[in-house]
Design a protein around this ligand. Sequence first.
Ligand SMILES: Cc1cc2nc3c(=O)[nH]c(=O)nc-3n(C[C@H](O)[C@H](O)[C@H](O)COP(=O)(O)OP(=O)(O)OC[C@H]3O[C@@H](n4cnc5c(N)ncnc54)[C@H](O)[C@@H]3O)c2cc1C
Length: 480
Amino acid sequence: MQKIPSENLEIDRKARVYMPYEDPALRPPTERVCDFGDVVVPLDSNRAMLEASRCIHCPDPAPCMLACPTHNDIPSAMWLIEQGRYIESALLYRQTSSLPEICSRVCPHEQLCQGSCVLNKTHEPVLCGPLETFVTCYERKTQGVSIPVGSPTGKKVAMVGAGPASLGCADYLLKQGHQVTIFDSKPAPGGLLVYGIPNFKLAKEVVFCRWEDYEQAGAQFVGNTYIGRDKAIDDLFHKDGFDAVFVGVGTGIDAKMEIPGEDLPGVYEGTDFLMRANTEIDLLPEDKRERPQIGKRVAVIGGGDTASDCLRTALRMGADQVTCIYRRTEKEMPGGAKDRKMAKEEGAQYHFLTQPVKFIAGDDGRLAAIECIEMQLGEPDAKGRRKPVPVEGSNFSVAVDTAIKALGYWPDPIIGKSTPGLETHDWGLISVVDRETGATTREGVFAGGDDVTGPDLVVTAMVAGHKAALAIDEYLKKSN
Ligand SMILES: Cc1cc2nc3c(=O)[nH]c(=O)nc-3n(C[C@H](O)[C@H](O)[C@H](O)COP(=O)(O)OP(=O)(O)OC[C@H]3O[C@@H](n4cnc5c(N)ncnc54)[C@H](O)[C@@H]3O)c2cc1C
């Protein structure tokens, strides 16, 4: 698919700016909070064509393309959609993205493509995300999806971790004709797409349908294998005969609060809670096959997107009173405003300028209350964010049955510790000698995604996988 040059299009740009706009349709909060189904109502064909024709086709390079970490050719895709050429549009997305059906649903579009749309100056941006979902759904339903596989090279690449970084890397390596095997400590592939992001944002079915394309293309998945404990990276080279290894293990260790009572029954870690609440039982690791036991009063501690996901999950599990506890004000919250708005619509409440200092047990030994202290904002820190400072003597307690800590993540140091010559920093993030190639300090080992950058996005992890795949291909050609 060739780029469609904007200067050749005979369109009335001014008229397009004033075309009618409709917000994406969402299921009503009272309805959607009763199940884990998709919140967004998909576009239909008429609406898709109309919405795509609001694109004014900025001169190259279009801001939306620049803002997209994988540089999807959004203007050309919009042009194809407005003419009903949905399959061509989907194929265009697939030229630059390994996971368009997923990124279209979970990317923070308001910070990326939609956020940079020039229509924002006076109007609403073009809904790039829902349009990408529409065409990729249409493509899968009408003609199916496949990954084109290159002529076999006889080279074998192992991926450690089956999240978006490895999926991005595997897609490109399969296209080059290399054999790909993905190892993961979890029973199923997908990483946080399956074991983190809740179903109401991304249905597991979408991820598994995409994984089937990988299997059809010859990718193999080896689950329940914790590299560094069950098998070392050296074993992958010397015992299993892999020619290169890509490490995309993410940052799977939840941050601790280091306050009394953190281990009480009823206190959950965010990722553990989300995984056990949102994933089908038979897809869960054997020691996690139990739903979280939540009571009627749930507190979620933290201000990021994981906190919004936990609040909304707890509401769907039937909690009556679901409250977010955050130590700064709403203005400083790192999580996206869109998710927070939906959480509020669904019934979540917020306690700002509040910091838990102790989890308190009831007579039954389970969590019964959280002791908190009020905070005020002090001087800005090195990053310019005002530091929360405790207000002395302002302690109070909140009665709760369940607390969920959604505080951030750290890398798991095991890969660094078990791989001689592989340098790490900051408690286990993998050091790469070049971000453009993902090459590490260990020959033949490449890395990308959250385990290199720290927690980020699906799309950035996928792009890191793409870059590493190109470098791995070069490395394999040289090592002939
Ligand atoms: C709750 C939550 C919600 C999020 N929501 C969004 C969102 O809406 N949009 C967005 O863009 N991003 C979101 N993110 C961030 C996004 O999911 C991550 O940035 C992305 O998944 C990182 O991809 P990755 O491949 O680097 O790692 P991961 O997706 O974390 O995958 C790593 C995989 O490696 C496996 N693994 C770890 N250690 C080992 C080992 N030693 N041996 C074998 N396997 C191992 C893990 O089991 C995991 O499956 C969210 C994150 C969380 C936690």
